[in-house]
Design a protein around this ligand. Structure first.
Ligand SMILES: [Zn+2]
Length: 319
């Protein structure tokens, strides 16, 4: 049953690791260095692999009280963090946090759900994007799910497109990638969010913009849609949703998307993966996303950890 991972450590299939992790819940709270149970180090090499949570909102209010503690816990658990932003204050906070920690980087941006209640001015974001620890623009994109009932859908779409275009222009100018959010609504006009996002990205790529491309974060659609983005040299990123959504269409996409085109994320403090459902999510729980990908693809945890970490290093040009 045991076989060797790429780095020569003994590894076991992902399903067994996950079962062990679930049955020895206390290890997760005490961290690998202090767990004091040697067989976990031997059998569960996922406690030793370096991971990058490519979308952990340690700069948001859900972590106001204890973000230092949360970040320290993640770094102790060998998990580095990219902190994307939602508005100007959270963009500044992401940079301030990234300045404090090796292993934490920032992305600056304006979330598409804020287009109606907050004016967007690209100038301060363009300025913040010059900071050496800013490794991407975002999150930005398209959200047709949270359209307020009072909003005019065409106006909502136009505003989101404008804001996204500003992010793409800044990313192009600063030679950064973009972190793109995409959420579909339930009507025919709002169910086409991925296609609208794809059309905008494609047009920009054809105009020679966005040389560093981007990632569709928190991907929840099918393989055919993912393929459209892969064909634009885009990356696809998965959250803990894949650990609890019994959505065969989504799981099929996970199986089919090549590992070297994937990244992993928590979107913490939201979307807590199994086995921590019901609690606040935090960046080092990203290991459960990696574990689920390993299970779905029939790979070892180490393989998923190594390749997705390598993908993130390359995508964000981390040094
Ligand atoms: Zn997010």
């Amino acid at each position: 049953m045991l076989f060797r991972g790429r780095v020569g450590r003994p590894t076991v299939p992902a399903a067994l690791c996950l079962a062990l992790a679930r049955s020895i819940g206390t290890i997760e709270h005490h961290g690998r260095s202090r767990c004091g149970i040697p067989f976990t180090a031997l059998f569960c090499s996922f406690f030793l692999s370096m991971l990058i949570d490519t979308h952990g909102h340690v700069n948001l209010s859900g972590f106001n009280e204890d973000y230092d503690e949360v970040i320290r816990r993640s770094l102790e658990n060998d998990t580095q963090i990219i902190a994307p932003s939602t508005q100007l204050p959270t963009s500044k906070k992401a940079i301030a946090i990234a300045e404090k920690y090796d292993g934490v980087w920032a992305a600056v941006g304006f979330h598409p759900t804020h287009v109606l209640n907050d004016e967007f001015d690209p100038a301060p974001f363009a300025e913040l994007a010059k900071h050496p620890k800013v490794v991407a623009m975002g999150e930005t994109g398209i959200d047709y799910y949270h359209v307020p009932e009072s909003a005019d859908l065409d106006d909502w779409k136009r505003r989101q497109r404008d804001v996204l275009q500003h992010h793409i222009d800044i990313a192009t100018e600063r030679n950064l990638p973009v972190i793109t959010h995409c959420r579909v609504g339930k009507t025919p006009e709002t169910s086409i969010a991925y296609h609208d996002l794809h059309a905008i990205i494609k047009q920009n790529v054809e105009q020679g913009k966005l040389a560093r491309r981007g990632v569709v974060h928190c991907y929840v659609s099918d393989w055919e849609t993912a393929k459209m983005f892969l064909d634009l040299d885009y990356m696809i990123s998965f959250t803990g949703i894949i650990t609890f959504a019994h959505d065969e269409v989504l799981l099929d996409a996970v199986r089919k998307i090549p590992l070297d085109r994937m990244m992993i994320e928590t979107d913490s403090p939201y979307l807590t993966p199994v086995p921590h459902r019901g609690k606040r999510n935090e960046p080092w729980y990203v290991k459960f996303v990696a574990l689920k990908i390993a299970e779905l693809k029939g790979l070892t945890f180490d393989e998923v950890a190594e390749v997705t970490t390598q993908n993130a290093r390359k995508f964000f040009s981390l040094r």
